[in-house]
Design a protein. Structure first.
Length: 368
């Protein structure tokens, strides 16, 4: 017990305190597991580490110094050893609860560090009050793995306040939705169809990639990724890639993107390269019952109809060709408007009479 004058001892002997009362104490000693305070009573107050904070990693000798003033709440007037049991964290929690109530009523945006990752969401602590943020309210898209939020500071609003049940629910999702809506409005006011801007690949799916244009997502469909054929979007893009995209279409708040730029369009000079009568070479890219599609270059396919594969009758293309085969053929039709080219191998083959004349000429003995 701290040394007091006779007058102080007399005054304190007459002073009474009660369980639940909030008193101010002065730190007179700090140990690793408890803090001793002079609370102006005949007995000193004992504040165990467990009643100072929920954080077991805190070093009391670093957090509190002799002479510090602390508001504490009386837990028990006599702890069995003639001393007063105190709590600091419960008082802070009570005050914190009022703070949370104010934030709830005013829809104030709070900032706190994630204290714990839970199966169903995140736990944050504000003034010793634990607030639960369900996984469904962590982001505007569901995230199964929340590990990236560990020890991160996040912003949220309190959407449920029930101190009787100690139920405090936070919502981060609505802030993200609002931020994106604002960013979307700002972006749509600045850009127009045909503009080329930079974006970051956010997610890659089977049908395309979602590009973050600065808080707003645009869809780069697989059909708009290249003039050529693509096996899968992941062959071209990965999350985090910075890409230049062209705004192809704006429909309300939906933005369609493209990386098929006009200067790389293989059809720009196709009329000259693939004019009717030209002989071309390509590889069989795919086959149907009625013919084979030959890739002449990335983005330019031509149809080789089954009837034009050979002078002999062929039931189906697969009887004479397979995917990957190199084919040399003659262009027999070119339609720039519909971007269609028709080929014929048969047109390059000699007629039967011509073939016979060639064969006879090859077999005839040379004149001496």
């Amino acid at each position: 017990m701290s040394e007091l004058t006779f007058e102080q001892m007399l005054e304190e002997s007459l002073k009474t305190i009660h369980t639940g009362e909030v008193v101010e104490g002065t730190v007179i000693d700090v140990k690793p597991d408890e803090i001793i305070l002079n609370i102006g009573y005949k007995s000193d107050g004992i504040l165990p580490k467990s009643e100072y904070t929920n954080d077991s990693t805190i070093d009391l000798t670093e957090a509190v110094k002799v002479g510090d003033k602390l508001d504490v709440k009386v837990v028990k007037v006599n702890d069995g050893d003639g001393q007063v049991a105190l709590t600091y964290k419960r008082l802070v929690a009570d005050r914190g609860s009022k703070r949370i109530e104010e934030a709830f009523n005013n829809q104030e945006v709070l900032t706190a560090k994630v204290a714990q990752l839970l199966n169903g969401g995140l736990s944050v602590v504000v003034d010793e009050v634990r607030i639960f943020i369900p996984a469904s309210l962590v982001s505007d898209v569901y995230e199964k793995d929340l590990s990236k939020y560990a020890d991160q500071e996040i912003q949220f609003v309190v959407t449920e306040y029930n101190p009787k049940k100690r139920r405090y629910i936070g919502d981060r999702k609505q802030l993200i939705v609002a931020q994106k809506a604002k960013a979307q409005e700002e972006l749509l006011s600045k850009v127009k169809e045909g503009d080329v801007i930079e974006g970051t690949v956010k997610n890659v799916t089977d049908f395309g990639a979602f590009i973050d244009l600065g808080g707003v997502d645009g869809l780069l469909h697989i059909s708009e990724m290249s003039w050529g054929r693509i096996e899968h979007p992941k062959k071209l893009f990965k999350t985090g890639d910075v890409v230049k995209v062209m705004i192809k279409e704006i429909n309300g708040t939906k933005i369609a993107l493209s990386t098929k730029f006009d200067d790389a369009n293989p059809w720009k000079d196709a009329a000259e390269k693939y004019a009717v009568g030209n002989t071309v070479t390509g590889k069989v890219a795919r086959m149907t019952e009625f013919g084979a599609f030959v890739e002449l270059e990335a983005g330019v396919d031509a149809l080789l109809h089954v009837s034009q594969i050979s002078k002999e009758h062929i039931e189906k293309p697969a009887d004479a060709l397979k995917i990957g085969d190199e084919v040399t053929a003659k262009v027999v039709d070119f339609n720039a408007e519909s971007q269609k080219i028709s080929l014929s191998v048969k047109a390059l083959l000699p007629d039967a009479d011509e073939a016979e004349e060639v064969a006879v000429a090859e077999e005839a003995p040379a004149e001496e």
